[in-house]
Ligand binder design. Structure first.
Ligand code: ADP
Ligand code: G6P
Length: 483
């Protein structure tokens, strides 16, 4: 068996130029953090975009860039500024992302962006074709590269190709509004196996294939010419050990070894033992429901005023896609809301919201997860949401309460969490109250079950089961073709 080629727009690291040299910083987002753990353990090559445009790269740094990436088992696809604009900021994040997350009114349908998306997908496909041997397995990731499977299939009819979508696949009624809906489906159907996080996304996809392409679909098999394409759901897990061990080590540190952030958190905890931290961590994205969460928090403070000066909401929002206007508007809205709520409720000794707009090192993420009594995640729509799983994995003494939107893919597997509808402020306020007052034994009982499941279905298992299914499908398809 040959090597595995992972292909996604984001690589495990993003490159930046600083002081005339190259720095590699870890990429954020579920795809990169999840696949990083899979990639580091195996014989794989990861192809993707470095995060720098051709125009930004001085010629003398070309070799340094290739070296920096090869340290991470990666190889780059070069993109011009114009390509990044049309492909990444344009079609991927102004058309597909909002559409697939049911923000139809944000979705722009522009022919130029679509054309650039096609050109760039071809670049990615060519980069794979250049590196791939016949016995290799190709694993294509996410909505930025939906045309790649068919582009490879045309040149290599027998190579094994898997595709995994990390975001929701919307219902047919939404998907059908896309002018290039058939081309996107045809692109995906170059794969042998197409994976989704949950059964609902799989069902929506099969329904679109049947209704838009008129193909025969039987159970989760699609019949196309003489090929069979399998569609299935594989809920993505986390690197459980990494998070639980980091939390354990964190607990063993003496106060002097604590980070500055941790010391600040400790100070507030010790000054009032009844104080509670509510935590939310997301990329700054409208799909995450951050603005609604702030309104809901205000609603909670008004409904349960006894928690003023007791409860503090920590919001870590990671900058994301800041060239897209909707993200800029959202940033402004959140800045204003945080300012208004803090202005209205703060006292001399208490600020209700701590808002961080930045990426943080892993160590600080662990500080936040382990110090927070409640994790509160309110996506309006989310393919999976790994933050919910990471929080649970860091709770070494099994205390802590997870409040999770039922619109996140992860809610399907996390029934022991307190599930909420992110639009229902009344329910949210009561749920925060319930979380604050949940007996320790109940917290531990719920988390014990969640942890067992997350430990068992970790990211490695997820990747293995996708790969096993892909190889089995390849054999099945070969037998079918030779009939
Ligand atoms: P999405 O993929 O939409 O961004 P997920 O919740 O599935 O949402 O994944 C987010 C990932 O990014 C998690 O693995 C989380 O640990 C990581 N992450 C989030 N915030 C930060 C941050 N500030 N610094 C580093 N990693 C982060
Ligand atoms: C989500 C998407 C990924 C993407 C990540 C970060 O997890 O599914 O494909 O990489 O968000 O977004 P960005 O646009 O920075 O790559």
């Amino acid at each position: 068996m040959g090597k595995t080629i992972i292909i996604s727009n984001r690589l495990p690291v993003q490159l930046q130029i600083s002081n005339g040299g190259i720095t590699a910083i870890p990429s954020v987002g579920g795809l990169a953090t999840g696949m990083k753990s899979v990639h580091s353990g195996g014989d794989s090559l990861w192809i993707g975009w470095s995060g720098l445009t051709n125009e930004e790269i001085p010629e003398e740094l070309e070799d340094e860039i290739d070296d920096a990436l090869s340290k991470h088992g990666s190889s780059k696809v070069s993109l011009t500024e114009e390509e990044v604009e049309g492909f990444y900021f344009g079609f991927s994040n102004r058309t597909i992302w909002p559409l697939f997350h049911y923000f139809l009114e944000y979705s722009e349908f522009e022919l130029d962006s679509w054309n650039t998306y096609k050109t760039v997908n071809k670049k990615f496909a060519d980069a794979i074709l250049e590196k791939a041997d016949e016995d290799d397995t190709i694993w294509v990731h996410d909505y930025q590269l939906m045309l790649v499977p068919q582009m490879i299939r045309e040149k290599r009819p027998n190579i094994a190709i898997g595709f995994f979508l990390h975001i929701p696949f919307p219902s047919y009624e939404i998907f059908r509004t896309l002018p290039w809906r058939k081309e996107v489906l045809e692109g995906l159907l170059g794969s042998d196996l197409i994976g989704f996080h949950i059964y609902d996304y799989e069902r929506h996809f099969l329904s679109s294939v049947r209704r838009l392409l008129g193909l025969e679909v039987s159970f989760n098999d699609i019949y196309k010419g003489n090929r069979i394409i399998k569609v299935d759901s594989f809920p993505m897990g986390i690197d459980y050990k990494k998070f639980s061990e980091a939390a354990k080590k964190h607990g063993e540190r003496s106060p002097e070894q604590h980070s500055e952030l941790q010391q600040r958190l400790n100070k507030h905890k010790t000054s009032d033992p009844d104080a509670k931290f509510l935590l939310s961590i997301d990329r700054l994205d409208y799909s995450k429901g951050i603005a609604k969460r702030l309104y809901a928090f205000e609603y909670f403070l008004n409904k349960y005023p006894q928690y003023k000066e007791k409860v503090r909401l920590i919001i870590l929002a990671v900058p994301s896609r800041s060239n897209v206007p909707q993200y800029q508007l959202l940033k402004r809205e959140i800045d204003e809301l945080v300012g208004r709520i803090n202005g209205e409720f703060s006292t001399v000794s208490w600020t209700p919201i701590w808002y961080f707009y930045r990426s943080m090192p892993f160590e600080n993420l662990i500080d936040l997860y382990t110090s927070s009594d409640i994790a509160w995640l309110t996506p309006l729509r989310d393919g999976m949401n790994l933050v919910a799983k990471e929080y649970i994995a860091t709770r070494t003494d099994k205390t802590g309460v997870l409040i999770l939107s039922e619109m996140a893919g992860s809610a399907n597997e996390m029934n022991e969490a307190l599930l909420i509808n992110p639009n229902n402020f009344e329910q949210i306020a009561d749920t925060i109250y319930e979380a604050i007052n949940m007996p320790k034994e109940e917290q531990q009982h719920r988390n014990e079950q969640l942890q067992q499941r997350l430990r068992r279905y970790n990211v490695e298992k997820w990747a293995q089961s996708f790969m096993n299914s892909l190889l089995a499908q390849k054999e099945r398809d070969a037998a079918h073709v030779s009939k």
